[in-house]
Design a protein around this ligand. Sequence first.
Ligand SMILES: NC(=O)c1ccc[n+]([C@@H]2O[C@H](COP(=O)([O-])OP(=O)(O)OC[C@H]3O[C@@H](n4cnc5c(N)ncnc54)[C@H](O)[C@@H]3O)[C@@H](O)[C@H]2O)c1
Ligand SMILES: C[C@@H](O)[C@H](N)C(=O)O
Length: 352
Amino acid sequence: CRAPVLPSRFLGTSPRQIPMDANFHSTTFSEADQQRVLITGGLGQLGVGLASFLRKRFGKDNVILSDIRKPPEHVFLSGPFIYSDILDYKNLREIVVNNRITWLFHYSALLSAVGEANVSLARAVNITGLHNVLDVAAEHGLRLFVPSTIGAFGPTSPRNPTPDLCIQRPRTIYGVSKVHAELMGEYYYYRYGLDFRCLRYPGIISADSQPGGGTTDYAVQIFHEAVKNGRFECNLKPDTRLPMMYIDDCLRATLEVMEAPAESLSMRTYNINAMSFTPAELAQEVRKHVPELQVTYSVDPVRQAIAESWPMNFDDSNARKDWGWKHDFDLPELVTTMLNFHGSESRVARAN
Ligand SMILES: NC(=O)c1ccc[n+]([C@@H]2O[C@H](COP(=O)([O-])OP(=O)(O)OC[C@H]3O[C@@H](n4cnc5c(N)ncnc54)[C@H](O)[C@@H]3O)[C@@H](O)[C@H]2O)c1
Ligand SMILES: C[C@@H](O)[C@H](N)C(=O)O
C-alpha cells in the first residue's frame, strides 16, 4: 500500500506534508499529453542523442538538455540548453518549476573507470546527486528515468546469463551507486508513489559521440582507429565477453519504457540486451570490412578486473515479455553502421 506523504525536505521553505489524497498531477489531460522533458548530464556519450530522439517525439522546445559543461556550438544551436549541477538542489528545483518539467531523464554520472580514479567525486555525483533528483521528482510529480548498468552486478552474480533478480555485490563505486539508485527509486515508488523507471544498459556503442571513461569504451574506440589508421590497441583481453548495444536501440528502449502503460510494468528496473561479444570477435567482424586492421592488446588491469566481474550475457526476457522490448542491431548491423558513419566522416575530412 503506497502512501504519498513526502518528507519535510520537500516543498523547501514550507515544511508541510502532502496529504494522502494529494493529486500530484494537477495538469489537464491535454497538458499531460505534451511532456516537458529535462535531461541531466546531457553532454556525455548518450545525452545529445537522447535529446535529438526525444525532440522528434515531443518537439524541439519541449526537451531541455542540461550539464555543467559548455555545450559545443551544434548542440547549443539544436535546442534548449541550460546549466544544471545536480548537486545544487535548489537550482534543480528552480529549473523543474520554471520550465514546467513533467519527465526527467537523469544521465549525470561518473562511469566505472573514472569513478575508480575519483571515488569521492563519484560518490557525490552518483549518490548525492541521485538523492536530489529523486526528491525533486517526487515533490513535483515527475516521471523519472534513471539508467542503471551491467556494472550493477558483481563477481558473485550469475554471469552467463545474468537475470533481473539475483545477487548484486558490485566492486566499483559506480556499480554500488547504481544498485543504490535502483533500490532508492523502487523505494520512492512504493513509499511515495514516484513513477520511477530504470533500465540496466549494456555497454553502449555510438558513432558520433565519445564514451565518458568506462570499461566498455574499447568497443567505440576500435571503429575510430580502424578507419583512421588501421590499427587499434585494446585495453581488455581478447576473450573478455560483455553485453553491448547500439545507441539507437538504447534510446528507443528508453522512450519505450517511459511510454509503457504502468500496468504493463511488473518491475521498475529491467535488464535490456542486444548482443554480447569479445574484443577478438568484434575485431574479426570489423576485419570483414577493413581487412588490414591490426589489433594489439595492452591490458589495463583496472578495466580488466571490472570487466571480469560483470555479466557476460544479459537475460532481458522480462523486458521482452512485459513491454515488448526487441533490439534491431546485432553485431553485423552494428559494425556496418559504425563503419559507414566513420567512413563517410573521414571521406568528408579528406575532401576538405
Ligand atoms: N555509455 C554507456 O555505455 C552506459 C552504459 C550503462 C549505463 N549508462 C548510464 O547512462 C548515463 C549516461 O551515460 P553517458 O555514457 O552519457 O555518461 P558520460 O560520462 O558520457 O556523461 C555524463 C555527464 O554527466 C555530467 N556530469 C558530471 N557531474 C555532473 C554534475 N554535478 N551535474 C550535472 N552533470 C554532471 C558530465 O559533465 C557528463 O557530460 C549514465 O548514468 C550512465 O551510468 C551508460
Ligand atoms: C557499461 C557502462 O555502464 C559504462 N559504459 C562503463 O563501462 O562504465
